[in-house]
Ligand binder design. Structure first.
Ligand SMILES: *Cc1c(COP(=O)(O)O)cnc(C)c1O
Length: 319
């Protein structure tokens, strides 16, 4: 398992590349939620999500041990982050994407000089392809979450929150494969275990929820949740034990609740966040947390939305 020292080492390693993102506040959101709500704003991070933290920690480490080439299998935020970091350090990256990938996502990866390779439609097809390209080219495959360097990198979000906010009662974190929350859990619980860390999943992507209930990794069928960063269908072998050890609670939100939170944040705070991040606000807005009158930090994990899809996410929020 990773330790607080791994997260601190990650922070050093990535300090030249990742922004220290701001904590935003909205009085209207706080009033609506009955808690002081603070938004850790990784939608304002380089490449538009926290994924740059884990990706840069892993890529820099790979280069330290001689890598001259990296690959990843993700059309989303992880793929963009790996392409960005590789480009910044002057090594080539190939990003394996599904055949039905959107034009915006391809553009974003190519803007960072990432080479695109299309392969199948499932991650079961893409992962071995990305691994095989890495092996052929004596490169390193950069996994999206189930890796100690990725987890430690994502955990730097937790270290920053500790420095930026006094009197934190709880931190709310979205869960896909669990890289982000396992890093944050390590940073927080090994510094101040009194702070609660609560995970959020969509009701229709509840693999980690079920795994915690069953006390073993449990997979779900593929899901179409609008929170596309959270579509992973099971937690990782390395991330899950950290959740088992440390997580305080895991709550679920519906697709409609995610849309309402997305629309509320857009209208009232003027921030463009992505549906995966809106899950944390939804958990606070719809009283899933069983906490009142406290200081709550919601991790806004990213802000990458295909502009031509925004209208599908907006709902009427007038009461
Ligand atoms: C990847 C991602 C997540 C989930 O992170 P995991 O480490 O897979 O749990 C949440 N939000 C956004 C925006 C993401 O890109």
């Amino acid at each position: 398992m990773i330790s607080l020292n791994d997260v601190k080492a990650a922070r050093e390693r990535i300090s030249d590349i990742a922004h220290i993102t701001p904590i935003l506040q909205s009085e209207q959101l706080s009033t609506l939620c009955g808690n002081q709500l603070l938004l850790k704003s990784e939608h304002l991070q380089k490449t538009g999500s926290f994924k740059i933290r884990g990706a840069s920690n892993k890529v820099i480490h790979a280069m330290e041990i001689g890598a001259k080439y990296v690959t990843a299998a993700s059309s989303g935020n992880h793929g963009q982050a790996v392409a960005y970091v590789a480009n910044k350090y002057g090594i080539p990256a190939t990003i394996v994407v599904p055949e039905n990938v959107s034009k915006c996502k391809v553009n974003a990866i190519q803007a960072y000089n990432g080479k695109i390779e299309m392969c199948g439609t499932t991650s079961a097809e893409r992962l071995p392809r990305a691994q095989a390209i890495a092996d052929q080219e004596s490169g390193v495959f950069i996994p999206p979450y189930d890796d100690p360097f990725i987890m430690a990198g994502q955990g730097t979000v937790g270290l920053e929150i500790l420095e930026q906010v006094d009197h934190i009662d709880a931190i709310i974190v979205p869960i896909g494969g669990g890289g982000l929350i396992s890093g944050i859990l390590t940073a927080i619980k090994e510094t101040n275990p009194k702070i609660k860390v609560i995970g959020v999943e969509p009701e229709i992507a509840n693999d980690t929820y079920l795994s915690l209930q069953n006390k073993k990794i449990t997979a779900i069928d593929s899901t179409t949740t609008i929170a596309d960063g959270l579509r992973t269908n099971q937690p990782g072998d390395l991330t899950f034990p950290v959740l088992m050890k440390y997580v305080d609670d895991l709550v679920l939100v519906s697709e409609d609740e995610i849309r309402q939170a997305f629309s509320f944040v857009m209208e009232r705070t003027k921030q463009l966040i992505e549906p995966s991040s809106a899950t944390t606000v939804a958990a606070a807005m719809f009283n899933k947390l069983n906490i009142q009158g406290k200081n709550i930090v919601t991790v806004i994990s990213g802000g990458n939305v295909d502009l031509d899809k925004i209208h599908q996410l907006l709902v009427d929020i007038t009461e």
